[in-house]
Design a protein around this ligand. Structure first.
Ligand code: PCA
Length: 198
Protein backbone atom coordinates (compact mmCIF):
# COMPACT_ATOMS: atom_id res chain seq x y z
CA UNK A 1 0.00 0.00 0.00
CA UNK A 2 1.35 3.38 -1.01
CA UNK A 3 0.92 6.21 1.52
CA UNK A 4 1.61 9.88 0.92
CA UNK A 5 2.56 11.30 4.35
CA UNK A 6 2.61 15.07 4.66
CA UNK A 7 3.83 17.52 7.29
CA UNK A 8 4.10 21.32 7.37
CA UNK A 9 6.89 23.86 7.62
CA UNK A 10 6.99 26.19 10.70
CA UNK A 11 4.41 29.02 10.83
CA UNK A 12 3.21 31.95 12.98
CA UNK A 13 4.87 31.91 16.43
CA UNK A 14 6.07 28.34 16.07
CA UNK A 15 9.70 28.23 14.91
CA UNK A 16 9.62 24.42 14.92
CA UNK A 17 6.92 22.28 13.35
CA UNK A 18 7.14 18.81 14.94
CA UNK A 19 5.33 17.29 11.94
CA UNK A 20 8.53 17.76 9.91
CA UNK A 21 10.52 15.74 12.45
CA UNK A 22 7.82 13.09 12.70
CA UNK A 23 7.70 12.61 8.92
CA UNK A 24 11.52 12.36 8.81
CA UNK A 25 11.60 9.77 11.60
CA UNK A 26 8.83 7.63 10.08
CA UNK A 27 10.65 7.62 6.75
CA UNK A 28 13.96 6.63 8.28
CA UNK A 29 12.41 3.81 10.35
CA UNK A 30 9.92 2.61 7.71
CA UNK A 31 6.76 0.60 8.36
CA UNK A 32 6.42 -2.99 7.18
CA UNK A 33 3.92 -3.35 4.36
CA UNK A 34 3.73 0.37 3.57
CA UNK A 35 5.55 2.34 0.93
CA UNK A 36 5.62 5.80 2.50
CA UNK A 37 6.27 8.91 0.43
CA UNK A 38 7.12 12.07 2.41
CA UNK A 39 6.07 15.61 1.52
CA UNK A 40 6.55 18.78 3.56
CA UNK A 41 4.06 21.48 2.58
CA UNK A 42 4.44 25.23 2.90
CA UNK A 43 2.00 27.26 5.03
CA UNK A 44 0.64 29.51 2.27
CA UNK A 45 -3.01 29.64 1.24
CA UNK A 46 -2.14 30.22 -2.40
CA UNK A 47 0.36 27.36 -2.63
CA UNK A 48 -0.13 24.54 -0.08
CA UNK A 49 -3.14 23.03 -1.83
CA UNK A 50 -1.37 23.06 -5.21
CA UNK A 51 1.73 21.45 -3.66
CA UNK A 52 -0.41 18.70 -2.18
CA UNK A 53 -2.45 17.98 -5.31
CA UNK A 54 0.72 17.91 -7.40
CA UNK A 55 2.25 15.35 -5.01
CA UNK A 56 -0.94 13.26 -5.22
CA UNK A 57 -0.86 13.34 -9.02
CA UNK A 58 2.82 12.47 -9.15
CA UNK A 59 2.72 9.62 -6.65
CA UNK A 60 -0.77 8.17 -7.16
CA UNK A 61 -1.14 7.01 -3.52
CA UNK A 62 -3.68 4.59 -2.04
CA UNK A 63 -3.92 6.74 1.09
CA UNK A 64 -3.04 10.35 1.94
CA UNK A 65 -2.27 10.95 5.62
CA UNK A 66 -1.71 14.62 6.46
CA UNK A 67 -0.15 15.82 9.72
CA UNK A 68 -0.35 19.24 11.32
CA UNK A 69 0.62 20.91 14.57
CA UNK A 70 -2.30 21.83 16.84
CA UNK A 71 -0.43 24.01 19.32
CA UNK A 72 -2.29 23.92 22.63
CA UNK A 73 -3.89 20.51 22.15
CA UNK A 74 -2.69 17.82 24.51
CA UNK A 75 -3.80 14.70 22.63
CA UNK A 76 -3.38 13.09 19.23
CA UNK A 77 -6.50 14.14 17.35
CA UNK A 78 -7.53 12.51 14.06
CA UNK A 79 -9.93 14.94 12.39
CA UNK A 80 -13.47 13.86 11.52
CA UNK A 81 -14.37 16.54 8.95
CA UNK A 82 -12.97 19.33 6.79
CA UNK A 83 -15.15 22.38 6.05
CA UNK A 84 -15.32 24.57 2.94
CA UNK A 85 -13.89 27.67 4.63
CA UNK A 86 -10.61 29.60 4.57
CA UNK A 87 -10.33 32.08 7.39
CA UNK A 88 -7.58 32.90 9.79
CA UNK A 89 -4.23 34.30 10.75
CA UNK A 90 -1.51 35.45 8.41
CA UNK A 91 0.14 32.67 6.45
CA UNK A 92 3.85 32.54 5.67
CA UNK A 93 3.55 35.07 2.87
CA UNK A 94 1.42 37.51 4.83
CA UNK A 95 -2.01 36.56 3.49
CA UNK A 96 -4.98 36.16 5.84
CA UNK A 97 -8.25 35.09 4.16
CA UNK A 98 -11.55 36.11 5.69
CA UNK A 99 -14.68 33.94 5.23
CA UNK A 100 -13.57 32.58 1.84
CA UNK A 101 -14.62 29.27 0.27
CA UNK A 102 -11.97 26.70 -0.60
CA UNK A 103 -14.09 25.49 -3.55
CA UNK A 104 -17.09 27.74 -4.28
CA UNK A 105 -18.81 24.80 -6.00
CA UNK A 106 -17.79 22.25 -3.37
CA UNK A 107 -19.68 20.58 -0.51
CA UNK A 108 -19.93 22.43 2.82
CA UNK A 109 -18.02 19.67 4.56
CA UNK A 110 -16.32 16.36 3.72
CA UNK A 111 -15.69 13.54 6.17
CA UNK A 112 -12.29 11.90 6.60
CA UNK A 113 -12.03 8.51 4.91
CA UNK A 114 -9.37 7.25 7.34
CA UNK A 115 -10.25 4.73 10.09
CA UNK A 116 -10.26 7.48 12.73
CA UNK A 117 -12.10 5.50 15.43
CA UNK A 118 -9.72 2.57 15.03
CA UNK A 119 -6.80 4.99 15.24
CA UNK A 120 -7.92 6.54 18.53
CA UNK A 121 -8.76 3.08 19.94
CA UNK A 122 -5.32 1.71 19.05
CA UNK A 123 -3.56 4.77 20.45
CA UNK A 124 -5.42 4.63 23.75
CA UNK A 125 -4.73 0.91 24.00
CA UNK A 126 -1.03 1.67 23.59
CA UNK A 127 -1.26 4.22 26.42
CA UNK A 128 -1.17 7.27 24.14
CA UNK A 129 -4.00 9.79 24.79
CA UNK A 130 -6.13 10.37 21.70
CA UNK A 131 -9.63 11.56 20.83
CA UNK A 132 -11.41 12.29 17.55
CA UNK A 133 -11.54 16.02 16.83
CA UNK A 134 -14.66 17.48 15.25
CA UNK A 135 -12.95 20.57 13.89
CA UNK A 136 -9.71 21.01 11.99
CA UNK A 137 -10.14 24.79 12.26
CA UNK A 138 -10.22 27.09 9.22
CA UNK A 139 -6.47 27.57 8.65
CA UNK A 140 -4.11 25.61 6.38
CA UNK A 141 -4.69 22.19 7.94
CA UNK A 142 -8.41 22.29 7.26
CA UNK A 143 -7.64 23.74 3.81
CA UNK A 144 -5.45 20.85 2.66
CA UNK A 145 -7.66 18.21 4.28
CA UNK A 146 -10.65 19.63 2.37
CA UNK A 147 -8.61 19.85 -0.84
CA UNK A 148 -7.42 16.23 -0.64
CA UNK A 149 -10.92 14.87 0.08
CA UNK A 150 -12.60 17.10 -2.52
CA UNK A 151 -10.07 16.00 -5.15
CA UNK A 152 -10.48 12.33 -4.15
CA UNK A 153 -14.20 12.56 -4.89
CA UNK A 154 -13.44 13.75 -8.42
CA UNK A 155 -10.99 10.94 -9.26
CA UNK A 156 -11.88 7.72 -11.03
CA UNK A 157 -9.30 5.64 -9.21
CA UNK A 158 -9.45 7.28 -5.87
CA UNK A 159 -7.59 7.23 -2.58
CA UNK A 160 -8.49 7.49 1.09
CA UNK A 161 -7.45 10.66 2.90
CA UNK A 162 -7.53 12.36 6.25
CA UNK A 163 -5.79 14.59 8.71
CA UNK A 164 -4.21 14.06 12.13
CA UNK A 165 -3.39 17.01 14.37
CA UNK A 166 -0.56 16.44 16.84
CA UNK A 167 0.47 18.39 19.97
CA UNK A 168 3.67 20.43 20.28
CA UNK A 169 6.95 18.59 20.89
CA UNK A 170 9.00 19.33 24.03
CA UNK A 171 11.51 21.05 21.74
CA UNK A 172 8.84 23.54 20.62
CA UNK A 173 7.44 23.98 24.14
CA UNK A 174 10.88 25.02 25.36
CA UNK A 175 10.54 28.04 23.05
CA UNK A 176 6.74 28.62 23.38
CA UNK A 177 6.58 28.11 27.11
CA UNK A 178 2.79 27.88 27.56
CA UNK A 179 2.23 24.95 25.22
CA UNK A 180 1.48 21.45 26.49
CA UNK A 181 3.92 19.06 24.84
CA UNK A 182 4.82 15.47 24.05
CA UNK A 183 8.18 13.81 23.50
CA UNK A 184 9.12 13.44 19.86
CA UNK A 185 9.43 9.68 20.47
CA UNK A 186 5.78 9.47 21.55
CA UNK A 187 4.65 11.62 18.63
CA UNK A 188 6.48 9.33 16.20
CA UNK A 189 5.14 6.23 17.94
CA UNK A 190 1.59 7.63 17.68
CA UNK A 191 1.79 8.39 13.98
CA UNK A 192 3.29 4.94 13.41
CA UNK A 193 0.29 3.35 15.18
CA UNK A 194 -2.13 5.43 13.08
CA UNK A 195 -0.38 4.30 9.90
CA UNK A 196 -0.44 0.67 11.04
CA UNK A 197 -4.24 0.82 11.31
CA UNK A 198 -4.36 1.35 7.55
N1 PCA B 1 -0.83 23.52 11.68
C1 PCA B 1 -1.65 24.58 11.12
C2 PCA B 1 -1.11 24.80 9.76
C3 PCA B 1 0.22 24.15 9.72
C4 PCA B 1 0.26 23.28 10.90
O1 PCA B 1 1.15 22.46 11.16
C5 PCA B 1 -3.14 24.30 11.24
O2 PCA B 1 -3.57 23.63 12.20
O3 PCA B 1 -3.92 24.76 10.39
Amino acid sequence: MKVLLTGFEPFLDYPINPTEEVVKAIISEGITGLEIIPKILSVRFNHSEKELLKAIEETNPDVVVMLGLAAGRSKITPERIAINVKDGDLDNEGYAPSDESIDPAGADGIFSTLPIREMTNQLVEAGLPSVISNTAGTYLCNNIMYAALNYAQKQETSYRAGFIHIPASHELALVNKKLPSWSLDDLVKSVRICLETL
